[in-house]
Design a binder for this molecule. Sequence first.
Ligand code: CP
Length: 305
Amino acid sequence: MKHLMSPLDFSVEELENLFKLADDIEKNPAKYASACNGKILATCFYEPSTRTRLSFESAMLRLGGQVLGFSDASNSSAAKGESVSDTIRTVSCYADICAMRHPKEGAPMVAAEKSGIPVINAGDGGHQHPTQTLTDLLTIRSLKGHLDNLTIGLCGDLKFGRTVHSLINALVRYPNVRFVFISPEELKVPDYITDMLKEKNIPYEEVIRLENVMPTLDILYMTRVQRERFFNEEDYVRLKDFYILNTEKLALASSDMLVLHPLPRVNEISVEVDSDPRAAYFKQAQYGVYVRMALILTLLNITVA
Ligand code: CP
C-alpha cells in the first residue's frame, strides 16, 4: 500500500506517468467517469481549506466514487481528545483512501503508520503540501511544455510556505532549473533548503525587490503571507503587504512568463492582473482536480483501459 507524504515519494518517472494520466483524464473525462464506482474517499481536514478539500472531493465524484469526512476538527472526535492514530484506524473501516490536512507537521505520517488505507498528506503545518506540488508541476508542464530549463521566482513567505518548500524539493530533480527567492529578510527560505541547493550545485539567488528580477523569470510563484503561522500580529501586519503584484510590475516580465499562486490570495496579486493572459492561478486550481483524479487512481491501483 502506497501513501503520499512528500512529492519525493514518487520518482521522476512515476511523476511523468501520473502527469500523462492526468492529461488523458483532462482530454477524455467520460472514460474515467465510473473508474471509482463503489470506492469512498475520506477527507479529514483539521485545518481550513477550499481548494484542496473540494478538489479532492470533486476528483472522487468525477471518478464515480463517493466522499465522506469532516472539514473542521471541532466537528470530529478530535475535539474530545481522540488521537490521529485512532481516528485513521476508524476511518479505515469506512473509506478506501483518505486525504488528511493537519496543523501539526508529521501528523499525516503518524496516521499513515496506523492506517489500513492509503493516506495522502493534504498539507501538514509549514512542512509539506505534496498534492499542491503535483498541481504546480502539472500546470507548468501543461502550459510551458517542460519542467526543465526554467528560472523560477518564488515570492513572499518563503519561510513558512509549505507549498514553496515542497515545490523546490520537487523541481531540483529536473535539469537546468534555477531559483530566485524574493522575500523580506524575516521570511527568507529556510537554511536547510539553501544548504540542499548548495550541496546539489543548483543555482539560486536571494533578493528583496521583485522588480529587479522580474525580466529574468519564466515562472513567478506568488505566495500569501500566512497570518496563521505568525507568532505575533505586529510582525504579520508589518509584512503582509510587502509584495503586491500589479499590472505595472507585470509589465516588466517577459510575454510568456507564467504567474502561479497556490491560492488563497489576500492582497499579493491585484485583481487587475487576473485578466492578463500570463495569470495562470485559476487554471492551476483546475489542474489540481485532474492531478488528484490521477493520484486517487494510482494509489488505489485502478487502471482504465
Ligand atoms: N492551495 C491550497 O492549499 O488552498 P486551500 O488552503 O484552499 O486548500
